[in-house]
Write a protein that binds this ligand. Structure first.
Ligand SMILES: Cc1cc2nc3c(=O)[nH]c(=O)nc-3n(C[C@H](O)[C@H](O)[C@H](O)COP(=O)(O)O)c2cc1C
Length: 105
C-alpha cells in the first residue's frame, strides 16, 4: 500500500478510525508545528498527536509549540539555565538603556 506523504499524511486514518470505530486515536506523520497539531485536535481528527522526526530536529518542540500557541509566554516552564537563550532574554539586550551582565539571570 502506498501512502502519499505530505503534511499530516496519516491524520485521515486517525480521523476515520476515531469516527467509525468510536475509539480514541493518536495521530502522527509530518505534524510539524503547534498550530497544525492544535487544529487536528480542535477539529476532532485525533485525541492526541505524536511528533517524531520534527522532535528530533527540535528537541524543545513542545515548548516552542506551546509558546507559539500563546502558552508559557514568559518561558516559565523552561529550564532556568536556558533563560538567556529565550527571546525574552534577547529583548533585554536590544534595550540600549539596560545594562545586562553575563552573570545576570
Ligand atoms: C527514530 C524513529 C524511530 C521510529 N520507530 C518506530 C517504531 O519502532 N515503530 C513504529 O511503528 N514506528 C516508528 N517510527 C515511525 C514513527 O512512529 C512515525 O510514524 C513516523 O516517524 C512519522 O511521524 P513523524 O513525521 O512525526 O516522524 C519511528 C520513527 C523515527 C523517526
Amino acid at each position: 500500500m502506498n501512502v502519499p506523504c505530505g503534511l499530516g499524511f496519516q491524520v485521515p486514518f486517525s480521523e476515520r478510525i476515531r469516527r467509525e470505530a468510536d475509539v480514541m486515536t493518536q495521530s502522527v506523520g509530518a505534524i510539524l508545528d503547534g498550530h497544525q497539531a492544535e487544529a487536528i485536535l480542535q477539529e476532532g481528527r485525533a485525541d492526541l498527536v505524536a511528533v517524531g522526526r520534527q522532535a528530533l530536529y527540535d528537541p524543545y518542540w513542545a515548548h516552542h509549540a506551546a509558546h507559539s500557541l500563546g502558552y508559557d509566554l514568559r518561558f516559565g516552564d523552561w529550564p532556568i539555565q536556558h533563560g538567556r537563550g529565550s527571546p525574552s532574554g534577547h529583548r533585554s539586550w536590544n534595550n540600549s538603556n539596560s545594562r545586562t551582565t553575563m552573570s545576570g539571570a
